[in-house]
Design a protein around this ligand. Sequence first.
Ligand SMILES: [Zn+2]
Ligand SMILES: [Zn+2]
Length: 269
Amino acid sequence: MYKVDYHIHTEFSGDSKENIESMIERAIELGLAEIAITDHLEYDLLYIDWDKWTLNLDIYKAKILSLKKKYKDKIVIRFGIEIGVQPQTKDYLEAIVDKYDFDFVIASNHSIDKIDLASGILHEGRTRYEIQNLYFETVLKNIETYDKFNVFGHLDYVTRYGGSKFDEMDLEEHRDIIIKILETLISKGKGLEINTSGYRYGENRVYPRVEILKKYFELGGKIITIGSDAHVKEDVFKDLDRAYEILNELGINYITTFDKMKPILKKIN
Ligand SMILES: [Zn+2]
Ligand SMILES: [Zn+2]
């Protein structure tokens, strides 16, 4: 089986303290053929501690390129990033993507109107439907706006925040906008990731849920990456066996990897 983990955070992310080499060593120990380090880049947000969230891209890139060389006989390491997209930050973030010549870029919608979804502030005074609908509308705006990314991150993870009142999702209520999002991704040649962190956050599922993945393939989507969203070494490749199982059940026997943002299809078995 071609084992990869295409969503890994390290000490360069504001929310991880894990030594980058420990992550790589763990991936080698688990027999992975390939990983993408995808530390966070956030921009233009309110109420966050910028000292913690500033990613020094020169140092980050130099470190990954040196580790790529050091471990080249043991594992393929891709220079990636997870950018937190907002419509007004397109020019700024796309210039960075151009400048740093990444292998792989995940675009994720972590915030709405400059406020992080995780803060719970956006949930105040809104119903579950309202926050979920607002989230998907913002995702659509972002993917219509942005061009320089490869896959969209954890598409329906909005259920993770705001407390139990905001758990679960009635897919029928959001059907039209989700289809629009999938069609837009497909028409722009962009993919989705299967993100297994939902199992660790008490949601007992992958992001996005299987019904959405199925729809993506039915609509003609082909680009799919898989990632744990690990922030500590113990979570590298965590629950990715379930992602492979889901692909198998959907009759898909390949995943996508990226080199300099060019997709490469790899057979799983
Ligand atoms: Zn994310
Ligand atoms: Zn992440």
